[in-house]
Design a protein around this ligand. Structure first.
Ligand code: ZN
Ligand code: ZN
Length: 365
């Protein structure tokens, strides 16, 4: 089924007549429009009418990108307001019209304004997650693009590692990595790269510093490419020489937790259950308190999207076509941290990792 067809069916299921689609990545997913100001109004009948609204700046671009199933409107005012102002009042015989909106992104102020503008016979219905739910399951063309992004990111890191790490600053390595991803065809990094050595690696979201990477320490690199609109995400932790026994032990612990959780990825278990596999192993080793974040997240048009793999994730089964990361970490404040992350497709017969770099502890000076 087409995306429009699938979403229309979802709206009928929810008893909604029209859905306002305002989140930029949702708009892109439904209409292929890549500009910054677009809004779609999707009807619960697959045959439409479906509307697409943008402003003057995007007239030509939207004409090229947005398929004919949407009627295009170029408006000079706020898109949400324009969409609602154009609704016809409903007669009593027609029954109340139900206008769905995404309550996870419409602000309280916008909501109040929509209520003011809503014509007679219409009501607003909270309809968050309708498009996000479709986006969780990737089609073949999306999987191909995510795979290409992951491969490109791997090539870029390999090239950077060939030049060595010790003596270069974290910032230099991050900039070099992002430059190489662009040269290889990426639109850019899918998020700001993390390059963190020694005690700095104990910060899960460390920012690269203008500090030289020393010998004989752990170095975490978390990076990804944005390619053809889709993201990749991967983390490896390297040794820059000889390590202490503690550092090696923690590395092996995280690797074991990562590999066992990845092996548990398949249709059926929830993100919460997969999280528990890695967390159980880390807790048993006495480091539960040093693994303070969730195990992973979905990846697609956005680098962090549904489904989540965490202690608080919904008890919803993973299904074939999900793309998720598996990224346990152990962080010892003031000492060091280790994180290992793979990006994986949920296949009928298990998780297929898209991350090509070895997870054996690798020494790079
Ligand atoms: Zn990452
Ligand atoms: Zn991640």
């Amino acid at each position: 089924m087409t995306r429009v067809g699938s979403l229309a069916a979802e709206l009928r299921e929810r008893g909604v007549d029209l859905l306002l689609i305002a989140a930029p990545f949702d708009v892109r997913y439904m209409t292929d429009f890549t500009g910054s100001n677009g809004l779609a109004v999707l009807a619960a009948q697959e045959s439409g009418p479906h509307r697409f609204l943008t402003d003057f700046r995007y007239d030509t671009q939207s004409a090229e990108q947005v398929p004919d199933v949407f009627t295009r409107e170029i408006v000079a005012v706020d898109l949400l307001e324009a969409a609602v102002r154009a609704l016809e009042p409903r007669s009593e015989e027609a029954g109340v019209g139900r206008l769905g909106f995404d309550d996870s992104i419409v602000t309280v102020k916008q909501h109040a304004r929509l209520l003011e503008l809503l014509p007679a016979g219409w009501e607003l219905i909270e309809c968050g997650g309708a498009v996000a739910g479709l986006r969780e399951v990737k089609d073949d063309s999306e999987l191909a693009r995510i795979r290409a992004a992951a491969e490109l990111a791997d090539v870029a890191l390999r090239e950077v590692l060939e030049q060595g790490l010790v003596g270069r600053t974290e910032r230099e390595v991050a900039i070099e990595l992002e430059l190489r991803m662009r040269r290889l065809g990426a639109e850019g990094p899918s998020f700001p790269s993390i390059v963190a050595a020694g005690p700095h690696s104990a910060l899960p979201h460390a920012e690269p510093r203008a500090v030289e990477i020393p010998k004989d320490t752990l170095l975490t690199i978390d990076w990804g490419a944005l390619h053809d609109g889709y993201c990749s995400d991967c983390t490896r932790t390297f040794a820059t020489g000889s390590l202490t026994e503690d550092e090696r032990d923690i590395y092996e612990l995280v690797r074991r937790a990562q590999e066992e959780a990845l092996a548990a990825v398949r249709p059926g278990p929830s993100g919460r259950e997969i999280d528990a596999v890695a967390r159980g192993i880390i807790e048993q080793a006495g480091h539960g308190e040093h693994f303070g974040h969730g195990l992973g997240h979905g990846v697609g048009l956005e680098v962090h999207e549904a489904p989540r793999l965490s202690r608080t994730a919904p008890q919803k089964a993973l299904c074939a076509g999900n793309v998720v990361t598996v990224e346990p970490g152990v962080y010892l404040p003031g000492r060091f941290g280790v994180r290992i992350e793979d990006l994986a497709i949920v296949r009928e017969d298990g998780g297929e990792s898209l991350s090509g770099l070895s997870k054996q502890l690798t020494e790079i000076q």
